[in-house]
Structure formats: structure tokens, C-alpha cells
Design a protein around this ligand. Sequence first.
Ligand code: FAD
Ligand code: NAD
Length: 474
Amino acid sequence: MQTRETDVIVIGAGAVGENVADRTVQGGLETVIVEAELVGGECSYWACMPSKALLRSAAVLREARAVDGAKQAVTGELDVAGVLRRRDAMTHDWNDSSQVEWLNGAGIDLVRGHARITGERELVVTAEDGAETRITARHAIVAATGSAALLPDVPGLLDLKPWTSREATSAHEVPARLAVIGGGVVGVEMATAYAGFGSDVTVIARSGLLGGLESFAGEAVAEGLRELGVTVKTGADLVAARREGDDAVLELSDGTTIHADTVLVATGRVPHTGDLGLETIGLEPGAWLDVDDTLRVRGVDWLYGVGDVNHRALLTHQGKYQARAAGDVIVARAKGTTVDDAPWGAHVATADHSAVPQVVFSHPEVASVGLTEKQARNAGLEVRVLDYDLSWVAGASTVSDDYRGQARAIVDAEREVIVGATFVGPAVGELLQAATIAIVGEVPISRLWHAVPPYPTVSEVWLRWLESFGRPTP
Ligand SMILES: Cc1cc2nc3c(=O)[nH]c(=O)nc-3n(C[C@H](O)[C@H](O)[C@H](O)COP(=O)(O)OP(=O)(O)OC[C@H]3O[C@@H](n4cnc5c(N)ncnc54)[C@H](O)[C@@H]3O)c2cc1C
Ligand SMILES: NC(=O)c1ccc[n+]([C@@H]2O[C@H](COP(=O)([O-])OP(=O)(O)OC[C@H]3O[C@@H](n4cnc5c(N)ncnc54)[C@H](O)[C@@H]3O)[C@@H](O)[C@H]2O)c1
């Protein structure tokens, strides 16, 4: 077995691992990154990028069809082959050479293979040909190993060889009938995409759609999916599955059955920690990594868990935010310089607790950050809820002849700062960053009155929120 030593080892070259390694190299630490599959990880090849590519073309058509003068120019239907071609280009045909080039340019040393921790600051990488390399880290090991689709234990389900998000985002054929199990983000986005391709889609959701967000968001998306021809079954659970000839048959808790050609399971994620050697250091294999705000695994002072694997916020941008803090704190600890771990310091991921932005690229789009009304009340805050119909702002009428949208701000009435915001409507994702800044910066409402939204934009909703809150005076 070959052996080598380095300052830092990062396991997993997804977006998150790449960013940790970039920071540790920039901080002067020799860094090895280990990757078992493709450099770039889930987001580049089987998640964010291909899913957004699958969604975008139909969204553009819908936008054009909602504007008189433009709609007359839309004379054809969606070219599904063109959409898939664009998705293939976006994923570089599942070839990671451009990302490997980036790693090389950044001075990060790539070792291909599967890593297993074997003891303190030490792991073994098994390459595809079975060759093993033992690598020891002088300072830290970072697990940035991400997550995989959770497959619920439902009798007969696995026999159907269901799709997970991986197959749904990389498919080259469109099923005539698609049944989607799960009404979370993956379920909703893929139902939107495949409905746009002409599939007959059924979504099976235990409760409402997009649980965890403001309920008006899930309700608007259910209505939007129905407009696209999707059957949305809420309050129904999958109890059994079987094959009948070519049909996949799903039995639901409400006594109904669904026949489909393909079944997509979108019921959440499990961490990539089952085969990571965690048992060799007293941790539980298969569990999410429990980390502090510097992303260090509690009880193991040389191990960090960053990105999906720590279950703080399963989003690329939030994982990359964690990566910047983790990379920098590893450097600080290695060099013995000051660790800035107070809330909102340089070495902590404080925003994970109170200001996680997310955009769901559904029809309509949903953008949210911070606390929902329910979360704010549960946190014991005295809350003012500011609701506004987005179609009432002047900018909305220029965007679309059929603008439908809703916005809600949650205000901590005692401190007079915004703690949460949700927008539903066309392209609302682009409205979100202002809300994130207001929340993270704890900008007082009295000061927001001086942040003037341009006319006529949809951002004028900020002024309407302020008017309905009232102008604080000394
Ligand atoms: C369909 C879908 C759409 C999504 N869309 C969005 C979106 O629009 N926006 C957004 O912000 N988020 C989105 N997400 C979430 C996003 O994909 C994840 O949050 C993100 O990929 C997590 O990055 P990561 O680097 O932590 O993990 P990953 O991207 O999973 O990377 C982990 C890497 O570690 C490697 N690895 C694992 N174990 C080992 C080992 N033992 N040895 C060596 N290598 C190992 C894996 O091969 C992988 O490359 C989406 C998710 C899905 C499923
Ligand atoms: N645009 C984006 O930002 C984006 C897009 C896709 C995914 N993601 C991320 O990926 C993660 C995973 O997404 P996801 O949709 O798989 O998970 P999720 O947790 O968002 O939703 C899973 C859904 O499946 C339901 N469910 C669980 N078990 C079930 C069962 N046995 N039968 C029926 N329903 C069941 C849950 O109630 C929930 O509604 C999310 O946390 C999300 O943050 C983000």
C-alpha cells in the first residue's frame, strides 16, 4: 500500500468539498481532495444544474405566452430533444475534465477513489482498480461526502426499479406516465419539468406540497401543477407497490391505485456516511454528522462535516458558505491564529440557523428566506405578518399580463426587523437577496424606509410591506 502525508484531506469533491479545499490551499495548507465519482458532485451532474436546465425552457415559453405581442411569436411547442440537449451540455455529458482542470489550477491535489477513515487523521483510498493509498492529515480531515436519495421501505417499491433524482435529472427518454412520490422540492420541480415535456404526471404527497415553507406557497404550487395537467394527490401515502405487466402500480392509503410507466421516489435524503469508516473513530455509520458552528464534528477535534452531510441546510449555496467558514477555520487552527467563532464571525456558519435562502423553480416559482410565521411564533417571537398580493404592484403588470403572486414578510415586532420572507410568482428568485440582506443585517424597519425600490419593479412590494407595517417614529 502506498502512503503519503498532507496538511488537509477533503473527502468528496462536490461543490462543497471543492470550496473547502480552495480555502485551505489559499491559506497555505497542502490539501488532497478524494473523489469516488465525478469532480463537481451531485449539484453539477444530477441535481441543481441539470434540473434547472430541464425546467428553464418551458418556463421561458410560459413567460412569453403571458405577454401580448410576444405570445403571438410562440407558434410551436416545447422541443423536448432540444431541452435534453441543453441539459447534456450543462452537465458536460457527465464528464468532469473541466472541473479537474479547475482543481489543478487552484493547486488542489486530486486522488480518485473511495475514502474510508481508518483512525485519527488517517484514511485509506481505494481506487477503481483496487489499489490502496493510506493518507495521513497533519491537521484535519473534512467529510464533504454529501447525500443520496432516501428510498422508503414500502413493500414492492424496489422491485419497480424506481427513479431517484439521479435518473430523473439524467434521463434521455420521457415516460408517458410518471408517478412522483413525495411533495418536497425534488418532487415538485421534477413534476413541473416532466409535465412540461408532456408526461402524464401524478404527485403523491403525504400532506401539502413544500412542507416547511409558508403554506400559501405549497397551495399556489399545487394549483400551478394542476394547471400544467398534473394530478396532485395530497394526504395520500404509498402503502404498497407492484408490477402488472408493463405497468407500475402504486397502492395508496386512501384506497386508490395509480398506474404509471415510471415511478420517481423523491422522499428526502440520507447522508453518505455508511461506508466512511466512522465506526473506527467511535461515530455511528450512516448517521448525519453532528457539527458545531465551525463545522467541526462534536467530540472529534480534527474532523469536519460540511455541506449536505451535516444536515444543517441541504443546499449548494449554503454548503459553500459553510465551506468558506470551515476552510478558513482549519487554516486558523493550523496556524494558531485567532479563531473568530462568535455568532456572525468569519469562522462560523451562523446564517444556517436563521437566514437560509431557497428558490424552488416550480410554476409559480417560490423564494424563501429566514423564518416562516409558524417558526417565528414557535421561537417565541412577537410577530407581525405582512401579506401583499404581488400582482398589485405596478411592476407586475409590465412583467406579465397574467401576473399572479404573493409575498409575506415576517417582522419581529419587538426589534422591528424582518426575520423571514416568502415570495411566490414569476421569477421571484431574483427578489430574494434583498430580503436575505435585510435579515442578516438586521436592518431596522425605520432604515428600510430609506431603501427605495425602483419604479416600476416587483421590488415595490417592499414599500407596500413598509406601509402596512407603519413608519416607526421616535
Ligand atoms: C434533484 C435535486 C436538485 C437540487 N437543486 C438544487 C438547487 O437548485 N439549488 C441548491 O442550492 N441545491 C439544490 N439541490 C441540493 C444540492 O444538490 C446539494 O445540497 C449539494 O449537491 C450538496 O453538495 P455536497 O458537496 O455537500 O455533496 P455532493 O454534491 O453530494 O458531493 C459529495 C461528493 O462526495 C463524494 N463522496 C461521497 N463519499 C465518498 C467517499 N467515501 N470517498 C470519496 N468520495 C466520496 C461523492 O461522490 C460526491 O461527488 C438539489 C438536490 C437535488 C437532489
Ligand atoms: N431548488 C432547490 O433549492 C432544490 C431542489 C431540489 C432539492 N433541493 C434540496 O434537496 C433536498 C432533498 O429534496 P427532497 O424533495 O428529496 O426532500 P424533501 O425533504 O424536501 O421532501 C421530501 C418529501 O417526501 C415526503 N415523504 C417522505 N417519506 C415519504 C413516504 N414514505 N411516502 C410519501 N412521501 C414521503 C416528505 O413528507 C416530504 O414532503 C431538500 O432538502 C432540498 O433542500 C433543493
